[in-house]
Design a protein around this ligand. Structure first.
Ligand SMILES: Nc1nc2c(ncn2[C@@H]2O[C@H](COP(=O)(O)OP(=O)(O)OP(=O)(O)O)[C@@H](O)[C@H]2O)c(=O)[nH]1
Ligand SMILES: [Mg+2]
Length: 182
């Protein structure tokens, strides 16, 4: 993972959670710290968030290029801030991610790929815990300019490697308070 830049997108409103879910505590650590811990091996680590909102040692906070426009815009900010190459892109609300998860995605890269996306147990792509190449930046900006906001459009079908078979625990997603107990 030393050739991958870590990026956590943390510019959401947590409206379903009803409080900042990045700071929700699970097993003694915040959800943000859980995700950050999975990416500690990455030499460059960026947190897409408003300046001063979070203190995460070792991470550089970068503001959104298009505040409030969702995680696809967060990915644009991440790819803009990252050095050329691969970016491990995650939200704040997937505390089951681990270094092994990211290593599995990194190992699946091919020379022609621009994205690596895991499939969950029901074969659904998981674009919020995926690898994206900085070469995608122009097309992602074009999508946003055209009004697109769905993160799943970021991975181009012909240049995306899909990774099946990963443990369902990696995909645990916290959107509501009750999801913490699951
Ligand atoms: N940088 C950035 N990240 C975002 C933005 N909107 C959502 N996210 C992040 O995307 C991830 C998943 O988003 P959601 O689960 O929809 O989070 P949310 O929008 O905060 O929550 P809801 O308001 O309940 O939908 C979380 O890490 C959010 O912080 C945004 O506008 N900018
Ligand atoms: Mg949302």
């Amino acid at each position: 993972m030393t050739d991958v830049t870590a990026a956590i997108t943390a510019g959401g409103q947590s409206s379903r959670y009803g409080g900042d879910k990045a700071l929700a505590v699970l097993g003694g650590r915040t959800l943000l710290e859980h995700v950050a811990g999975s990416l500690e091996a990455c030499p460059v680590r960026v947190l897409i968030a408003p300046a001063g909102k979070y203190a995460l040692p070792g991470w550089t906070t970068v503001p959104d290029t298009r505040p409030g426009q969702g995680p696809l815009a967060g990915l644009e900010a991440a790819l803009t801030a990252a050095p050329p190459g691969w970016v491990a892109f995650a939200g704040v609300d997937t505390p089951g991610l681990t270094p092994v998860y990211w290593q599995a995605l990194a190992a699946a890269r091919t020379p022609d790929a621009l994205a690596v996306v895991a499939l969950d147990g029901e074969d659904r792509p998981q674009p919020l815990a995926a690898l994206y190449h900085t070469h995608l930046l122009p097309q992602i900006s074009a999508l946003l300019d055209a009004g697109e906001r769905r993160l799943r459009t970021a991975a181009p079908p012909g240049q995306t490697v899909f990774v099946p078979g990963l443990d369902a625990a990696y995909f645990r997603n916290v959107n509501r308070v009750g999801d913490l107990d699951a």
